[in-house]
Design a protein around this ligand. Sequence first.
Ligand code: TXA
Ligand code: MG
Length: 317
Amino acid sequence: MGIFREIETAVHLLKSGELVGLPTETVYGLGANALDAEAVAKIFKAKNRPAFDPLIVHVASVEQASSIAHVSPTAKRLFEKFSPGPLTIILSKKSIVPDLTTSGHDTVGIRIPNHPLMLEVLERSNLCIAAPSANPFGYTSPTTASHVDQQLGDSIAGILDGGPCSVGIESTILDLTASPRILRLGGLPVEALEQELGPIEVQLSSSNPKAPGMLSAHYNPGVKVRLFDSLELLEAEASNINRSNVAMLVSGSAIERQHWFHLSKVGNDIEAASKLFSALRYLGGAGYDEIWTHLHPESGLGKAINDRLKRASFRTQ
Ligand code: TXA
Ligand code: MG
């Protein structure tokens, strides 16, 4: 079927136990009925995802979240403040959620996504929708419907086109099953959560089996990524060479030259995040041997961008 635009088609396919590529504000998800173990099994197969990596479940409201998890007062407050939006909260699950969805954990990650089409699919179907990022395991997350089509089009029923994702990096994951911990830096800055909860421990350990999406090597763009500690260091090194096989992926740089690609000319991390994955994907397939890029200032979305860049460059340097 490929890419389509009718919400009813997505609803029908999901209700029939099929896999559908779905737009969210962060990245495209590979959706299935979260309470149907057979449908969920198809997600793991299509993505080649290890069965120990639990899925995020998308819902339309706190009420719907309460049907599958024990929503604590703190979780309710955070959902009310930040949702719909790029926040996933890990809560203790109710038994209605199949073990396959949560990889056997007694917890479930829940998110209310901020995309009008996705919210309509959730509301009209009345389903809870399990949806990991719609990429083969280990690769860059998709931020357009055609990204999904290119990598997974043959193994899924179709993709609902909701345009390019506005946030562009995945949700922030907050574990509230014990004292609050961030398991993944993402589209909601940690600082925003800390304003509500006070200082929060950030535990991104790549060996953390609770969030295998955090493996060191993830977001593989297919070519070597060289990561500089700052824009200034990249610019200094780049001025010494003139190689057409290297693409520069920069933010906040005034340099206009062939093979230079700007995430945000003014160095705005919200704009940079929204373009990051599509830039990595494009440059990975544009015939370059290397991508040179740099760390961003460590605040707001800069932290989540740096996390992605470190993983994209891991072992490719
Ligand atoms: O922005 C997003 O969160 C996107 C969109 C589609 O919503 N989804 C996404 O899903 O990034 P995925 O599967 O690519 O990443 C989910 C991460 C994984 O690292 C997984 O290990 C972690 O969430 N996770 C899911 N359920 C969990 C749980 N119960 N406990 C700990 N980590 C969990
Ligand atoms: Mg993913």
